[in-house]
Design a protein around this ligand. Structure first.
Ligand code: NOJ
Length: 472
């Protein structure tokens, strides 16, 4: 399938925007359970209602089209399709996504559908979630239902969102369910996610569809402050940890030697990696790599003992602390501007990243499936939302993407995170990323397009033709 049009869109995920957590036959997910438990103690809010996109999807999609966007990335809640994870398909849930997809088509919006974006059926979660190999089978069965039901209209699929970041939060920072700190368990969960993704890719092709199927990977350009041997080595480990451990597997269809060697050297149990899986990975190479790009990571040698993984979920200006003995530590460039959550503002990182990806995976098309910046937005006295800093950030990224495309990178699309303000997982509702403001205090969940929404509309108008011409 060849689309000559560059995809310009914005993105959401089911649990973050749909709400209607007990409506339409939906089963419960790990996030429903977590949000209602006492473990949800950093920003104790839930996605029960969120933006009520479940009921308001049509006006949200219409607004995207009015903003010049031609694509929408959203995820399907597994619990709406197969409420208990493994049983019968649910017609009401399927009909909801039929309505949503049809609304996209009605407004000239290409849907890019993520099959799994952090929300796992409770039943599977209780049986070990992604640490349990059986979850891969349940996932493939669920994916098959989605292909059968929606494959006639959906041309872009993403198997899994951010295997790296999700498992780092679940098992590293410990701030996502199951809230544990064990890298050993993380490696295992991540392996099963990659296996599930590869199986779904092979299945999709086997079913004869012509669309593109990819995986969405949180990717980072890795840099260092001192040009010294041990810094370069630390950067190599950071690259392995954050990027290669996912990207090599879905793009090249194999775990790199260096990954197995490193984990073995550290004494991790790898007995779940089966010989016969190698064929599955080979058959499950993606058609495109979905890249979620937010920032760069600076690596330095780790001089401390043990492991420290601390996230900043409170927006108090502190940087997250991350070091892993034997691997690397995160460094900081004090001269650069950061968000209140400590994320560096450095748009050139997307250029560096795209060039790195091109070097390592020369023929792999890329879709930027997420790019955005979170902040405390507010409505001004004139009733509008003036998010100039977001415009600057996004403008910087789009300009550097353009430069990367000029340098030969095969980029097929760009999605701003997020289409509207959504539930930001453990960061709650105060950390806003949307092009459209959602008044969560208002009963009607009033939407107000921000300045960045209009900026995006103009940018698409200005750059559209040139970007279409660059689609390879
Ligand atoms: C990546 C995730 O895919 C998305 O769910 C999240 O809200 C954004 N990053 C912002 O943190």
């Amino acid at each position: 399938m060849k689309n000559r049009k560059f995809l310009w869109g914005s993105a959401t995920a089911a649990y973050q925007c749909e709400g209607a957590w007990k409506e339409g036959g939906k089963g419960l997910s790990n996030w429903d359970v977590f949000c209602h438990s006492d473990k949800n103690n950093v920003n104790p809010v839930t996605g029960d209602v969120a933006c009520d996109h479940y009921h308001r999807y049509e006006e949200d999609i219409k607004r995207m089209a009015e903003g010049g966007q031609n694509a929408y990335r959203f995820s399907i809640a597994w619990t709406r399709i197969i409420p208990d994870g493994t049983g019968e398909r649910d017609r009401e849930g399927i009909d909801f996504y039929n309505r949503l997809i049809n609304a996209c088509l009605k407004y000239g919006i290409e849907p890019l559908v993520t099959l799994y974006h952090y929300d796992l059926p409770k039943t599977l979660f209780e049986m070990g979630g992604w640490e349990n190999r059986d979850t891969t089978e349940a996932y493939v069965r669920y994916a098959k239902v989605c292909f059968e039901e929606f494959g006639d209209r959906v041309n872009y699929w993403a198997t899994i969102n951010e295997p790296n970041y999700e498992t780092l939060c679940c098992y590293g920072y410990g701030n996502y369910p199951p809230n544990v700190k064990s890298l050993e368990r993380r490696w295992k969960a991540m392996y099963h996610m990659m296996l599930a993704s590869a199986k779904a890719v092979a299945l999709y092709r086997g079913m004869g569809y012509q669309g593109m199927i990819g995986l969405v990977s949180d990717c980072y350009s890795i840099d260092f402050m001192e040009d010294a041997e041990e810094y370069r080595k630390a950067a190599g480990f950071a690259d392995l940890f954050f990027n290669i451990s996912v990207n090599d597997v879905c793009v090249r269809g194999a775990y790199p030697e260096e990954y197995r060697d490193k984990l073995m050297e550290e004494g991790y149990d790898l007995s779940y990696m089966r010989k016969e899986d190698e064929e599955i990975f080979k058959a499950g190479c993606v058609d495109y790599l979905g890249v979620n790009a937010y920032c760069r990571y600076l690596a330095k040698p780790c001089t401390e003992k043990g492991i420290s993984l601390t996230a900043n979920n409170t927006g108090d200006g502190k940087k997250k602390k991350l070091f892993i003995e034997g691997w690397f530590a995160l460094d900081e460039d004090k001269g650069l501007e950061k968000t209140p959550w400590g994320m560096e503002i450095y748009p050139k990182s997307i250029y560096d990243l795209l060039l790195d990806l091109k070097k390592r995976y020369p023929n792999m098309p890329v879709i930027i499936t997420e790019n955005g910046v979170g902040n405390y937005d507010s409505v001004s006295e004139d009733g509008e939302v003036h998010d100039q800093y977001r415009i600057e950030y996004l403008q910087g990224y789009v300009d550097w993407i353009e430069k990367a495309m000029d340098a030969g990178c095969d980029v097929r699309g760009y999605f701003v995170w997020s289409a509207m303000d959504v539930y930001s997982w453990i960061n709650g509702y105060k950390k806003r990323y949307g092009l459209v403001y959602v008044d969560f205090d208002d009963q009607g969940l009033r939407r107000i397009p921000k300045d960045s929404y209009y900026w995006y509309k103009n940018t698409i108008r200005e750059k559209g033709e040139k970007f279409d011409g660059k689609v390879q």
